[in-house]
Design a protein around this ligand. Structure first.
Ligand SMILES: *[C@@H]1O[C@H](CO)[C@@H](O)[C@H](O)[C@H]1NC(C)=O
Ligand SMILES: *[C@@H]1O[C@H](CO)[C@@H](O)[C@H](O)[C@H]1NC(C)=O
Ligand SMILES: *[C@@H]1O[C@H](CO)[C@@H](O)[C@H](O)[C@H]1NC(C)=O
Ligand SMILES: *[C@@H]1O[C@H](CO)[C@@H](O)[C@H](O)[C@H]1NC(C)=O
Ligand SMILES: *[C@@H]1O[C@H](CO)[C@@H](O)[C@H](O)[C@H]1NC(C)=O
Ligand SMILES: *[C@@H]1O[C@H](CO)[C@@H](O)[C@H](O)[C@H]1NC(C)=O
Ligand SMILES: *[C@@H]1O[C@H](CO)[C@@H](O)[C@H](O)[C@H]1NC(C)=O
Ligand SMILES: *[C@@H]1O[C@H](CO)[C@@H](O)[C@H](O)[C@H]1NC(C)=O
Length: 498
C-alpha cells in the first residue's frame, strides 16, 4: 500500500517535470513504459440519474432519455430521488394522522414507482445504488409547518428544512426506510395504522445510500449522521439482508467526516461500513469557454489532491471500505442552475466537460478508486442544465455522455495501467493494456488548440475521437499511420495499437 502511494507521487512529480519541456502544442511527447505496470485497474465508469419531471411517463423526452441511459448503464449506476421535487422523492408526503378515533397515512408510490421502475428497466444486468435521499420534512422540527407544492413540476428549494428530527430515538426515520425498502423488495409493507400496502415488487437492490450531502443538507453533524446510518442500515437489513450500504455522500471532501464515519467505535457493533461516497463539481466563474475549461482543470487538480488525503485516511482506518465518487460534474457559469437569456451552452462546453470526467477518471484509476459516477442523466433549466448528460430538448446524448461511453468501451476493470508521462499542461495521457492484450492510450486535450503529439514506439492503429465535430453523435474512428497524432481541441481520444 505504501509502495503504491510512493509510485503515485513519483508519477505526478515526473509529469510535472516534463511540463517544463513543453513545445507549444506541437511535438508534445507522450512517453509510455509498457513494462512498468502501475496497477490493475478496478475502476468502473458509471453515472447517476436524479429523478425529475422530464423523466416522468408523460414527458416527451422520456423515451430518448431512457435510451441514452441504457447506452451507458454500468455497475454502481446511481438513482437519486431528490428534495427539490418533494412529491417525486417522498412517497409518504404527509405525516400520518393518528388519534383515538382516526388513523390514516399518505403513502403513495405512483411517481416514485414510475421513475424507479423505468430506471431499473433501462439499466438491466448491472448493480444499482439506490438513494431515496430525501427524508420527509415532517420528520424534522421546523419553525412553522411547511407546505410542499402540489404541482410535481415545481422546483422547491425550501423542502429540506430542519436540523433536528422530531423523533430523536430515530425509530420514525428507520421505520420509514424499512417500509420503503419493503415496498420494493418484499412486495409490500404494513403502514403506521396496520394497513397492508401491496406493491408486487421484488427488486434486487444491491446498494443503498444513506442520505445525501449530510454536510450541507439539514446541517447534520457527523455524530447524528452516524447514528442515523446505524439505525437505518439495521432497519433495512431486516427486510433486505443482502443490500450493501453506501455512506456519507459528502458534498465537500471533508476528512473529519470520513474519519468519524469510518471509525468503528462511532458505530453500533456489527454495522457494515461497505462503501463511502463523495462528490465533486468544477464550478468555474469566468464565462469564456477557454477560461472555464482552464479553471475547471485546475479545480480538478485540487480535488485529486483531496482524494489522496481521503484515501490515506480510508486505508488507515478501514481499508476494506470501498469508494464511489458518485457525483462528478462541471457547471457552465451561464448555465449552472438555469440558462441565461439568449445563451446557448456551446458545443465546446459539452466536450471539455467530458474531458474533465475522462481526466479525473484516468487519474483516479491509478489511485484505485472503485467507481466514478458522472452526474447527471437529466438536467434542464432550473435543475443544473449544464450538468446534464443528455440534451434536455430531445433526451439524446451530449458529448459528455459520449465521452463516458468511450471510456466504458475502452478502459475496463482488469486492464493494466502502465507508466505514462506527458506534458500535462495541454495533454493528459494514460496508457493501459487490456485483458485481451490490446495496447491503448487515453488522451485528453485540455486546451482549445490542436495538440500535435508524438508517441515513441507507437506504430499505427486507430484513434477513437469525441470532439466538437462529433458532439452528441457516436465517436468517430480514424486510422493513424505513424507515431504522430493531432489531437483536436478539448478532444477525448483513445488510441489503439494495430
Ligand atoms: C507558441 O505560442 C505562442 C502563444 O500562443 C506564440 O506567440 C508563439 O508564436 C508560438 N510559437 C511557435 C513556435 O509556434
Ligand atoms: C405529467 O403529469 C403531471 C401530473 O401527473 C403533470 O403535472 C405534468 O404537467 C405532466 N407533464 C406533461 C409534460 O404533460
Ligand atoms: C382525529 O383526526 C381526524 C382527522 O384529522 C379528525 O377529523 C378528528 O377530529 C380527530 N379526533 C380527535 C378526537 O382529535
Ligand atoms: C425553510 O428553509 C427556507 C430556506 O432556508 C426558509 O426560507 C423557510 O422559511 C424555511 N421554512 C420553514 C418552515 O422552516
Ligand atoms: C444520496 O443522494 C443525495 C442527493 O444527491 C446525495 O447528496 C447523498 O450524498 C447521497 N448519499 C450517499 C451516501 O451517497
Ligand atoms: C468538516 O466537518 C466538520 C464536522 O462537521 C466541521 O466542524 C468542519 O468545519 C468541516 N470543515 C470544513 C473545512 O468544512
Ligand atoms: C476571465 O479571464 C480573462 C482572460 O484570462 C480575464 O481577462 C478576466 O479578468 C477574467 N475574469 C474574471 C471575472 O476572472
Ligand atoms: C434576447 O434576444 C431577444 C431577440 O434578439 C432580445 O429582444 C432580448 O432583449 C434579448 N434578451 C436579453 C436578456 O438579452
Amino acid at each position: 500500500m505504501v509502495t503504491h502511494f510512493l509510485r503515485v507521487v513519483a508519477f505526478a512529480a515526473s509529469a510535472w517535470c516534463f511540463a517544463l519541456h513543453r513545445r507549444n502544442g506541437t511535438g508534445l511527447a507522450v512517453d509510455i513504459d509498457w513494462n512498468d505496470v502501475l496497477m490493475e485497474s478496478k475502476t468502473t465508469a458509471t453515472l447517476q440519474s436524479v429523478a425529475n419531471p422530464p423523466l416522468l411517463s408523460n414527458s416527451s423526452t422520456r423515451v430518448n432519455a431512457l435510451e441514452s441511459l441504457r447506452t451507458v448503464a454500468a455497475d454502481y449506476v446511481r438513482y437519486v430521488p431528490w428534495f427539490p421535487y418533494p412529491r417525486l422523492a417522498v412517497p409518504e408526503i404527509n405525516a400520518p394522522v393518528i388519534n383515538e378515533t382516526h388513523c390514516s397515512t399518505s403513502w403513495d408510490f405512483s411517481y416514485a414507482d414510475q421513475l424507479l421502475l423505468d430506471f431499473m428497466a433501462s439499466t438491466p444486468d448491472v448493480s444499482h445504488i439506490i438513494n431515496f435521499s430525501t427524508t420527509p420534512d415532517w420528520m424534522w422540527v421546523t419553525d412553522t409547518p411547511y407546505t410542499y407544492p402540489e404541482d410535481v413540476n415545481t422546483i422547491d428549494w425550501n423542502y429540506n428544512n430542519g436540523t433536528q428530527l422530531r423523533d430523536p430515538s430515530l425509530k420514525e426515520i428507520s421505520d420509514y426506510y424499512r417500509r420503503l425498502l419493503s415496498w420494493y423488495v418484499k412486495g409490500g409493507f404494513t403502514d403506521e395504522c396496520g394497513v397492508y400496502h401491496e406493491s408486487g415488487h421484488h427488486l434486487d437492490i444491491e446498494f443503498w445510500e444513506i442520505l445525501n450531502e449530510p454536510d450541507s443538507e439539514h446541517d447534520i453533524q457527523p455524530d447524528l449522521y452516524n447514528r442515523i446510518y446505524d439505525a437505518v442500515t439495521e432497519a433495512i437489513h431486516e427486510v433486505s439482508p443482502n443490500t450493501q450500504f453506501v455512506g456519507l455522500a459528502l458534498a465537500t471532501r471533508n476528512v473529519t467526516w470520513v474519519q468519524s464515519f469510518l471509525n468503528p467505535a462511532n458505530h453500533k457493533a456489527g454495522t457494515p461500513l461497505d462503501w463511502i461516497s463523495y462528490h465533486f463539481y468544477a464550478t468555474p466563474d469566468n464565462s469564456t469557454t477557454q477560461n472555464e475549461a482552464a479553471q475547471s482543470f485546475q479545480q480538478a487538480d485540487t480535488f485529486l489532491g483531496e482524494v489522496v488525503q481521503i484515501e490515506a485516511a480510508r486505508r488507515q482506518i478501514s481499508p476494506h471500505t470501498k469508494t464511489t465518487i458518485d457525483e462528478l460534474g462541471t457547471m457552465d457559469p451561464l448555465g449552472s442552475t438555469t440558462v441565461y437569456p439568449n445563451y446557448t451552452i456551446p458545443e465546446e462546453y459539452w466536450v471539455w466537460s467530458g474531458g474533465i470526467y475522462a481526466y479525473i477518471f484516468s487519474k483516479l484509476a491509478v489511485v484505485g478508486i472503485d467507481a466514478i459516477g458522472e452526474s447527471q442523466l437529466s438536467g434542464y433549466p432550473g435543475q443544473y442544465p449544464s450538468v446534464s448528460l443528455i440534451d434536455y430538448h430531445t433526451g439524446l446524448p451530449t458529448a459528455r455522455l459520449r465521452a463516458l461511453q468511450l471510456i466504458q468501451a475502452s478502459l475496463r476493470p482488469g486492464d493494466k495501467l502502465v507508466k505514462t508521462t506527458s506534458d500535462e499542461t495541454q495533454i493528459h495521457a494514460q496508457a493501459f493494456e487490456t485483458s485481451q492484450g490490446q495496447k491503448r492510450t487515453l488522451l485528453v486535450n485540455k486546451l482549445d488548440q490542436v495538440a500535435g503529439i508524438q508517441v515513441p514506439g507507437f506504430q499505427g492503429g486507430t484513434a477513437e475521437i469525441v470532439d466538437v465535430s462529433t458532439g452528441g453523435n457516436p465517436w468517430r474512428t480514424e486510422k493513424v499511420a505513424g507515431n504522430s497524432v493531432n489531437v483536436a481541441p478539448y478532444a477525448i481520444v483513445v488510441l489503439t495499437e494495430a
